[in-house]
Ligand binder design. Sequence first.
Ligand code: 0WE
Length: 174
Amino acid sequence: MAFANREDLLGRTVDTSRAGFATALDISCYSLIALARAAEPLMTGGGSMIAMTYYGATKATPNYNVMGIAKAALEASVRYLAVDLGPKNIRVHGISAGPVRTLAASGVSGMRGMLKVMPERAPLGRNITVDDVGATAAYLLSDLSAGTTGGIHFVDAGFNITAMRHPDRDKKSG
Ligand code: 0WE
């Protein structure tokens, strides 16, 4: 669950109001802590939960602004919650998805540009799909990932591990 006021996803982060900051952090970060606290007594035989995050948590990304700050707090929350709930065999994960066309993304200007750049820059040479994210979620919620908790798992066609595009990438051979 995430939300920032529309005016805080444009322009300069330095102009973020105290109220806008509180809204973004409350809805986008505290919600995970509240959910984890509510789920804990229900997960008597252990369990697994996932937060959705984004690259803008660790890299300053145009216009993502206060959402990047909220996602940084969210990713830290994943780690602290994983420590708290680990003894009960409740695992906590983050999935950091690349840009996908979703309802939330429909309110985001510049989405088209990001969807165009991903296939050009990402190692896998394509955008990710909702099914890519779903498959990783199924893994993290299942016992296949029984030995992992507290991690941020990128489903972004490898975009986050690159610094620069290879200069020969699109050269024709021969
Ligand atoms: O986390 C997000 C966006 C979440 C989001 C979307 C909206 C749109 C409508 C949070 N709050 C609002 N508030 C609204 O009023 N993403 C990862 C998608 C996203 O949003 C961006 C991005 C990307 C990617 C905003 C600016 C720049 C890049």
